[in-house]
Design a protein around this ligand. Structure first.
Ligand code: SF4
Length: 374
């Protein structure tokens, strides 16, 4: 049932090359989930969120410090190894310094035709953020128009927003199917569905979601759910890890990270000023810790998710050296403990020690009262 999503995720480069051959556009590497993909799509290009490949590598050391997060190093390795030799454009919207360095190193050392840095404000909790980000997006729109030689019309922009909103609403429907006592979708499947949506034309992704949703609603997974877990923290598309967690007596029923629910959770709301509406969508979205200050609005959101999805325990994952998440881990752990949610903290690298992590996850499940279920 999920073959297409797994194929898209695993054969992302084949899909991108085929898309270029079929469409009169280019692929735009998006270095953060804050890049307003609607603008890229409206310009006729395919937004493609940059992820790593989870393989050991030795090519990034001359270009980025070893104490930058493994995700960033893994992403840069993909460019240095030539895996994106078809990709002509790159864009970043400011989030953390590590990813910014990855973008800068890519811009300096990997061939491309177009690059753009969007000054996405970190202080989104101010009245100035909205007009400021709107102005930044207008600059980005002009840069895209200059590159492609074509105007981005209001109509194409509205169509792109509608298409993206539809994808968000369909992904909400998928996530809703994980709320009940017998989730219809595993954490692994959900992870690949979201990750593939970063790389695939939303028209294709929406069509596939619409195809499988009726079947999903009556699906019986024929497995014990075990402990209902949530994953929160840094970037995470480690399919081997989630597969292991779900093989030892648990189901991941929800997440809060930038390669999961945070990517699609809120939609663009239309008020008659399309560029401002797009800017607002990114200002108002569930924030990354780099933008979640002074008030920490992410914590109540995580708690609400935990209640809505009947979560029993939380795995907090942090990419090694990820400062933004590291700063949040202690207060978040205390916040969750105060709300009766036990946590397990794990530090991720490009590859993770599955054997060691398995023992720690099993101990966590034992603490939650889960007996060996499989
Ligand atoms: S995992 Fe942390 S350090 Fe790495 S890109 Fe994300 S926020 Fe930045």
């Amino acid at each position: 049932m999920f073959t297409k999503f797994f194929d898209w995720y695993e054969k992302r480069h084949d899909y991108a090359r085929e898309w270029i051959a079929k469409n009169n556009g280019e692929v735009m590497g998006c270095f953060c989930s804050y890049v307003p993909e609607e603008l890229v799509y409206a310009a006729g290009h395919l937004p493609h969120r940059m992820l790593g490949s989870h393989e050991p590598q030795d090519v990034t050391e001359p270009f980025i410090f070893g104490m930058f997060c493994p995700f960033c190093r893994d992403v840069l390795a993909q460019g240095l190894k030539g895996r994106y030799d078809y990709m002509k454009g790159i864009t970043i919207a400011q989030s953390c310094l590590h990813l910014r360095q990855t973008f800068t190193s890519w811009r300096n050392h990997v061939a491309h035709d177009f690059s753009h840095y969007i000054y996405m404000p970190n202080k989104v909790q101010t009245d100035h953020a909205r007009p400021y980000y709107n102005a930044e997006l207008i600059k980005y729109k002009e840069a895209l128009e200059k590159w492609t030689g074509k105007e981005i019309t209001e109509e194409s922009l509205k169509d792109a927003c509608d298409l993206y909103n539809e994808n968000r609403q369909l992904m909400h429907e998928v996530y809703d199917l994980r709320k009940g006592p017998d989730p219809k979708v595993t954490g692994l499947e959900a992870m690949v569905m979201v990750a593939s949506s970063f790389m695939v034309d939303k028209k294709d992704h929406n069509a596939e979601l619409k195809r499988i949703l009726p079947e999903l609603k009556s699906r019986n997974l024929n497995r014990d759910t075990g402990a209902r877990l949530m994953i929160v923290g840094s970037e995470d598309d480690d399919t081997k890890f989630i597969k292991m967690v779900e093989s030892v007596g648990a189901t991941v029923v929800v997440d809060d990270h930038c390669t999961g629910s945070r990517y699609f959770w809120n939609s663009t709301e239309f008020t008659g000023n399309l560029m401002q509406d797009i800017a607002n969508r990114y200002i108002d979205r569930v924030p990354c810790p780099t933008k979640d200050w002074e008030e920490r609005s992410r914590f109540p959101h995580i708690l609400k998710l935990a209640h809505d999805f009947n979560v029993e325990g939380v795995i907090m994952i942090q990419q090694k050296f990820c400062d933004p998440h590291e700063c949040d881990m202690v207060p978040l752990k205390e916040f969750l403990a105060a709300n009766d949610l036990p946590t397990l903290f794990l530090e991720f690298d490009v590859t993770v020690p599955i054997g060691q992590f398995r023992i720690r996850v099993e101990a966590f499940l034992e603490m939650l009262g889960v007996e060996e279920l499989f």
